[in-house]
Design a protein around this ligand. Structure first.
Ligand code: HEC
Ligand code: HEC
Length: 253
């Protein structure tokens, strides 16, 4: 509908516009007609209040990234409607299994980054929040959450990932628990972690919005030592990372 109107109006404007020119004038017209975008403002949420929802949503799609985004954006949608109800929450299923099963970045950390990106304007702060969450994730023994209505009512061993990578995090847990991956106990473990990270992300956004965020996570001493030479602007300057180096490297020197 909109496209038709736009085309007709463009014909009225006249001009034998072709190709890119048509597109750019159409673009201008659509933009002039478009309503002002609504503000994506963070509204405080009680961190504990979303835990069970995060866990259950994660189970609904076996989606770690989805569980966090659904519980947080969904809670804001229920309370305030627009603009929160316009977010394509289902798109975040891509984050499952470290981006579509690739085993790369854990979907929970990915979800945190996305939400910080939505609600935090200053890039410097956005990066600081991402780093804080990632380092916290690396060193926290999880899962902590005990579901109200567990899908799998079994004891779950905790483990420390030492890494924000799905592969490393899950395989360390597999070794610690003796469970094979891509099984119900594995999903139970990950979906409980979704709840833990959702609570962390909400707390961080609450604190940030209230102007009282404290950044307390730092790299371990081993890694700080490496970056003293390999880090940006240092002698070697060939590493740009803020992950624990000792998860993958020994000291080769
Ligand atoms: C005092 C500065 C310095 C520190 C500290 C340092 N490096 Fe290096 N590193 C170098 C330099 C210079 C090279 C390249 C020359 C060489 O091979 O020795 C290098 C090379 C390497 C290489 C590739 C070559 C090889 O020897 O395998 C790796 C991997 C590496 N460093 C990892 C680390 C890690 C991990 C740490 C922290 C535990 C670390 N480095 C700490 C200066 C340093
Ligand atoms: C998830 C695993 C992982 C983590 C975490 C990691 N690295 Fe690496 N790193 C690698 C891999 C894999 C390579 C490529 C190795 C190769 O080329 O043989 C590499 C390459 C390097 C090299 C270049 C080696 C060379 O041959 O020149 C250096 C130096 C290095 N890493 C330092 C670090 C430092 C410092 C950190 C922490 C801030 C870090 N790495 C974190 C896996 C990791």
């Amino acid at each position: 509908m909109k496209t038709e109107i736009t085309r007709r109006r463009m014909l009225q404007i006249g001009g034998a516009a072709v190709g890119g020119v048509i597109l750019s004038s159409a673009d201008r017209i659509v933009r002039a007609d478009a309503p002002k975008p609504a503000q994506w403002v963070w509204k405080p949420i009680k961190p504990e209040s979303i835990q069970e929802r995060a866990y259950q949503s994660a189970w609904a799609k076996i989606g770690c990234m989805y569980g966090i985004v659904e519980s947080i954006i969904g809670t804001l949608t229920d309370k305030y409607g627009a603009p929160y109800n316009t977010f394509p929450v289902a798109s975040t299923v891509y984050g499952s299994g470290g981006i579509g099963g690739v085993g790369s970045l854990c979907g929970t950390v990915n979800a945190g980054g996305l939400l910080f990106g939505i609600f935090v304007e200053k890039q410097e702060d956005l990066f600081a929040l991402c780093n804080e969450l990632s380092l916290w994730y690396e060193k926290t023994a999880m899962p902590i959450y005990k579901p109200v209505k567990p899908n799998q009512d079994i004891p779950i061993v905790t483990s420390v990932s030492g890494s924000n990578l799905c592969h490393i995090s899950c395989t360390k847990w597999s070794n610690a628990s003796g469970h094979k991956l891509m099984t119900m106990p594995h999903f139970e473990r990950c979906n409980r972690m979704v709840s833990d990270v959702a609570m962390k992300v909400v707390s961080m956004l609450n604190d940030y919005a209230a102007g009282k965020i404290k950044y307390s996570e730092t790299l371990n001493d081993f890694s700080k030592g490496c970056l003293a030479c390999h880090g940006p602007e240092k002698d070697k300057g060939n590493v740009s990372a803020n992950m624990s180096c000792d998860t993958c490297h020994e000291n080769p020197h």
